[in-house]
Design a protein around this ligand. Structure first.
Ligand code: NDP
Length: 339
């Protein structure tokens, strides 16, 4: 009652697929207050996180109905709620996943959406860290436990090791006692990867890439597991670098989707391969609660540092993604949403 709820809001949208030029800073309708169902609430978004996945939607690698509002993860205050919502109060801050989060207001369903209540007392600094670490941190925590169960002493190859996911990977893998071999495109990025827990480094373009990786591992046998987010351009190298009975976790398309694979190619070394997505590991409320509690605790105990590259105003998302796509960013980019 103490605010005027607008009919339209600013959002980052696409109306066709393509390069950054198809991004629009548009006016779209706000979620209807009148049609709010008993189990739903509305959040005024404060921060929303940038992930490389937005470029896959924009480019058409993952087809979406158009027009489409980008964004997956965000945080903000609850400003209206339905009668059946009991675990959240007005003015609580929600941290959540929701398609269309590059916007000012979003409607959440407390039954089907993935939401954490971070209460009323969260500092701005902490909220930035939680939002910045949410999707990428959960990706890392679920993958090291379920995609490949990382063991103490393992040698693990990790690409884009100074990126948003990458910097968290280095830290978590080190906490688990693994030896991280980090790959990134510049010496500066490799230095940052080491500061965040990586033990060995290889430049992305190193002509002796696979041999260098093998050299770091016992008897030159290769790594127990590869976490490969680069996709098309690195699949063959990952297959060479993995040890007999090792695992390739292919989880991203930075250079495009991996070419179709003849599975017999896995036989010479009895390699396991999987192509997981985060949401397949946090499907049930129990799974989501288990991993999100673990993540927020790691962040608030400072056991996992969240490296925020820069906080852009939402209207400047194009500049942010252009930097990211040109491989000029490290860590996480957040967008600040106009209040
Ligand atoms: P990053 O911050 O890691 O940014 C992308 C990085 O990828 C770049 O900094 C760059 O690092 C590297 N890269 C290599 N080749 C290219 C290229 N041609 N274009 C752009 N970047 C390139 O992004 P995120 O942390 O958001 O995501 C990392 C990866 O993880 C992405 O591939 C993403 O899709 C994937 N992911 C998958 C999830 C899943 O559920 N399967 C969940 C979350 C993320 P460098 O310069 O060092 O090569």
């Amino acid at each position: 009652k103490d605010f005027t709820y607008p009919k339209t809001q600013k959002a980052i949208t696409i109306n066709k697929t393509g390069g950054p030029e198809v991004l629009e800073y548009s006016d779209i309708a706000t979620p209807s207050l009148e049609e709010l169902k008993p189990n739903e609430f509305i959040v005024q978004i404060k921060y929303t996180g940038v992930n490389l996945i937005e470029t896959y939607f924009r480019k058409g690698i993952y087809p979406v109905p158009l027009p489409y509002t980008l964004g997956r993860e965000a945080s903000g205050q609850i400003i209206a709620k339905g009668a059946d919502v009991t675990k959240f109060n007005l003015k609580d801050t929600a941290l959540f996943f929701k398609p269309g989060s590059f916007s000012q207001y979003v409607k959440l369903d407390t039954i089907s959406d993935k939401i954490v209540n971070v209460g009323t007392n969260v500092s701005d600094e902490k909220l930035q860290k939680y939002t910045a670490g949410f999707l990428q941190g959960l990706t890392v925590l679920t993958f090291v436990e379920e995609a490949y169960k990382v063991k103490k002493g393992d040698y693990i190859l990790s690409y884009a090791a100074a990126g948003g996911v990458g910097l968290i990977f280095n830290q978590v893998l080190k906490l688990l006692g693994a030896n991280v071999i980090a790959v990134a495109s510049t010496e500066e990025k490799l230095k940052l990867a080491v500061e965040n827990g990586a033990k060995y480094t290889v430049l992305f373009d190193d002509p002796d890439f696979v041999n260098k990786i093998k050299f770091f591992t016992p008897n030159g046998e290769g790594v127990e597991a590869v976490f490969d987010s680069i996709g098309k351009d690195t699949f063959e190298k990952s297959l060479e670098a993995v040890k007999r009975k090792g695992t390739i976790v292919s989880y991203g398309n930075a250079t495009g989707p991996v070419d179709p694979l003849v599975i017999n190619r896995l036989s010479p070394k009895n390699v396991k391969i999987l192509r997981p997505q985060l949401f397949g590991y946090i499907t049930t409320p129990e799974e989501f609660e288990y991993y999100s509690e673990k993540l927020l605790k790691l962040i608030s105990d400072d056991l996992v540092k969240i490296n925020i590259f820069k906080i852009f105003d939402m209207k400047d998302y194009r500049e942010a993604t252009e930097l990211m796509e040109a491989r000029k960013t490290t860590g996480k980019i957040l967008l600040k949403v106009p209040q």
